[in-house]
Design a protein around this ligand. Sequence first.
Ligand code: C2E
Ligand code: CA
Ligand code: CA
Ligand code: CA
Length: 284
Amino acid sequence: AKSAGGNRFELADPEADARAITRHGLTTALPAALERGEFFIEYQPLVHLGDGSVRGAEALVRWLHPQHGVLGPDRFIPLAEHTGLIVPLGRWVLEQSVRQARAWRERGGDTDPVRINVNLSPCQLTHPGLVQDTVDILERAGVEPQALCLEVTESALIGADDDLLKPLRRLAEMGIDIALDDFGTGYSNLANLRRLPVSVLKLDRSFTQGMQQFPADPVDLKIVEGIVSLAHSLDLAVTVEGVETGAQAEQLRILGCDTAQGWYYARPGPPERLHELALADATG
Ligand code: C2E
Ligand code: CA
Ligand code: CA
Ligand code: CA
């Protein structure tokens, strides 16, 4: 709100105003930022709870803004979704991540190929180019679909009709894993899970937080135990996010969760870091 002469535009909340300007400024800066290469990706390892080996990594995008420094995805992904820029940005993230998976493999020798998890926003799901773009990106990088996992939030798929599920089914049929992200935060009907072409449940961080005490709250334990046994009975693997302590990791392992991700293992970091972690664990 600008003012001056007349008193018609009062600055009721200067901070809110500054935030609005920033939001607007960030939104209009997004397309040029993509062209100028201001985005970069950090990778966070996914660790097997049984043996502690690194099985893959999740790609998490950041924006190195020339004035504001490094911005996390929560600051700009919603803006990119709003303007549609998420489609080219998401495609860029996918291409970078898949190429990175290829590079890890080439350096990794005979250790197991590292898998790559990439987040998909709902707007990308409804974009008609999704399947073909994904196929092209994998082919260009020479990476097989089995090395890729696309993460879709539970809320994006609530009440999803067949039109929305069709591209996901096609991707799943090609061998790409689909993970249901932030599971447990929405209100999805558990029976509905059978209908979705997903092969992985990513249990939301809120469940992991309930495991901070040892032993954890018995009700929390029962809930996670129930989700894990349901998931496994449907042939879904369970990944837990937000693991910050060894006690959490241990309880989640006992509950039968398959894979974990969190600061206890590693914060998101540059690609070289993941290579070091994977090598360290392959050599002992
Ligand atoms: P998410 O998919 O749930 O990703 C996990 C978030 O948890 C990441 O936040 C990660 O840094 C954070 N995290 C990991 N371990 C821990 C832990 O032990 N404790 C705590 N407290 N946090 C942990 P980040 O990087 O800020 O990403 C936020 C969200 O932005 C992601 O949530 C995802 O929904 C979205 N996002 C990130 N990259 C992309 C992308 O390329 N495309 C789209 N569409 N969304 C993205
Ligand atoms: Ca995710
Ligand atoms: Ca998540
Ligand atoms: Ca989350």
